[in-house]
Design a binder for this molecule. Structure first.
Ligand SMILES: NC(=O)c1ccc[n+]([C@@H]2O[C@H](COP(=O)([O-])OP(=O)(O)OC[C@H]3O[C@@H](n4cnc5c(N)ncnc54)[C@H](O)[C@@H]3O)[C@@H](O)[C@H]2O)c1
Length: 329
């Protein structure tokens, strides 16, 4: 696979490594900031053709697949343009930040006949795969997801696009907690409504967006699922998804462990823990899977519709302001 990366900031080197591990070759890179291009090449040893204008990169016919690693507000336009230019596209999360972008992104995916994938790499963590498999035979009755992380002023100062509705599209929900909410939707299914509250607890005056969010997701059949996320913690805690099942089990999937009724379950390989590499390996697994789907012309599970699902849920949380909002897929 001949790959390109647009946006050479913090996450770009993870993509570079994942592309190599999937047997791909980075043949083109792009950033509007020359210093980012230089730093990326020095760090990775990459000698790909460098572009400062992504539109110019799009007309490079040697590229098979484009990885979009730019700030959130650019995703929708770049995805649409890259698909229309005839490339497969892997977009970093979130797929987009506005409801009105969803139809045009999905239309470009459909009409181009190309593959669109979204980087929800935590679906590849062994602990989450194990929980998902367990819930298929013993469904969740109720649950709770948490993201308790530390993002201070320094983090927001690291990019002018961060912390603003216009360019980041939200705070902890659309950026950090999107992954965990995506896991909930993937494992438990699509809720029918959400009631959410947003707060800015520790960075008032520094960021416009929420640093803390709580939500109650309701299902038509009466089930409920609570969610709490904050970046106002003093440290990064393990992300958790906890469920009580119809069969009476209590299951906790954390970053790298799964606990069933209080006992840590061994994985199939006999290790005590599921997936010790979860923080670093999700991208590599996802990129490998995406490339296999492209080569074999098979559907990729985390496509435009799946990427849009969690964006829609988060936008409904933003609209909610404490009232119940209906969710659509
Ligand atoms: N999946 C994950 O776990 C994960 C982790 C971190 C970041 N991300 C996502 O990756 C994306 C990038 O995040 P980041 O932390 O690397 O941001 P960043 O600010 O470090 O990097 C963004 C880069 O995009 C470049 N850029 C801006 N406008 C551009 C344009 N028009 N054309 C080309 N390049 C342009 C910037 O110069 C910068 O180098 C975001 O969507 C973020 O949410 C995902």
């Amino acid at each position: 696979m001949r790959s390109a990366i647009i946006g050479l900031g913090a996450i770009s080197t993870t993509h570079y490594g994942a592309i190599g591990r999937a047997g791909g070759e980075v043949v083109a890179i792009c950033d509007i900031d020359e210093a980012k291009i230089t730093a990326f090449c020095e760090k990775t040893g990459c000698h790909a053709t460098a572009y400062k204008d992504y539109q110019a990169l799009l007309s490079d016919r040697t590229i098979d697949v484009i990885h979009i690693c730019t700030p959130h507000y650019l995703h929708a336009d770049m995805v649409v343009a890259a698909l229309r230019a005839g490339h497969h596209v892997l977009c970093e999360k979130p797929l987009c930040i506005a409801e009105e972008d969803i139809p045009r992104v999905l239309a470009a995916e459909r009409e181009s006949g190309k593959h669109l994938g979204v980087c929800h790499q935590n679906r590849y963590n062994e602990s989450n795969l194990a929980l998902k498999a367990m819930l298929e035979s013993d469904p969740a009755k109720s649950g709770f997801g948490t993201v308790v992380w530390d993002r201070g002023e320094g983090y927001y100062a690291s990019g002018a696009w961060r912390g603003k509705w216009q360019t980041e599209g939200g705070g902890v929900m659309i950026n950090q907690a999107l992954h965990t909410l995506d896991l909930l939707l993937w494992m438990v299914g699509q809720p029918d409504s959400v009631q959410a509250d947003l707060h800015n607890r520790h960075l008032g005056g520094v960021i416009e967006v929420e640093d803390t969010a709580s939500a109650l997701f309701r299902y038509e059949d009466g089930r409920v699922f609570n969610f709490f996320a904050t970046t106002a913690s003093g440290a990064d805690m393990p992300v958790q998804v906890m469920v009580a099942t119809e069969g009476g089990q209590t299951i906790v999937a954390a970053n790298d462990t799964i606990t069933v009724n209080g006992e840590i379950r061994p994985s199939d390989s006999g290790d005590i823990r599921y997936g010790k590499d979860v923080w670093g390996d999700g991208h590599a697994k996802l990129v490998r899977d995406f490339y296999t789907c492209i080569k074999e012309d098979q559907p990729f599970a985390i496509d435009g519709r799946e990427g849009a699902r969690v964006v829609r849920a988060i936008l409904a949380m933003y609209r909610s302001q404490g009232k119940e909002e209906t969710l659509t897929v």
